[in-house]
Ligand binder design. Structure first.
Ligand code: CA2
Length: 146
């Protein structure tokens, strides 16, 4: 069966490409979805994307990923820095988790320097803009998918 990766995006990332383009770039989430699906197709795996502004919906999506997925990429947005619930849900997973951020959270405000996700992530990609999503898929494919 074909390998499947899920990419989760947290609060406000639905606004990508519409506001704060200087910080988060000009790509919309739809543009990112199209390029991720293109990359996955070329590399013979499947990818699905889910975005929510609601913490509990992200927890539900993480729990659902226990069945039928081979890896998870998460940009938890602002919840990265606050959500014990997302941390706990990710900790239960047996598949590799890549933490992703569009910006370099370590050269921004102090409150972004702490991530509750990093401790359970297999790896972290941050600061490379929308390209980071493809980098995460590439890492997932090269390192974890058989
Ligand atoms: O750099 C990232 O990807 C972040 O996860 C983005 C979050 C931020 O809270 C994290 O510290 C770092 C914020 C996402 C906000 O996205 C917007 C997109 C367009 C316009 C306004 C916000």
């Amino acid at each position: 069966m074909m390998n499947k990766i899920i990419i989760l995006n947290g609060p406000n990332l639905n606004l990508l490409g519409e506001r704060e383009k200087d910080k988060y770039g000009k790509n919309t989430l739809k543009d990112i979805e199209i390029s991720c699906k293109e990359f996955a197709k070329k590399n013979n795996f499947e990818v699905s994307l889910f975005q929510s502004n609601i913490e509990g919906e992200l927890v539900d999506a993480i729990q659902k990923a226990r069945e039928g997925f081979n890896g998870l990429v998460i940009n938890a947005g602002g919840y990265t820095h606050t959500s014990v619930a997302i941390h706990d849900a990710l900790k239960i997973l047996k598949i590799p988790v890549i933490e992703l951020h569009i910006t370099n959270i370590y050269n921004r405000e102090e409150f972004r320097h702490k991530s509750l996700i990093s401790k359970i992530a297999s790896g972290i990609i941050c600061g490379f803009g929308a390209e980071g999503y493809i980098m995460a898929l590439e890492a997932m494919n090269n390192k974890y998918l058989k």
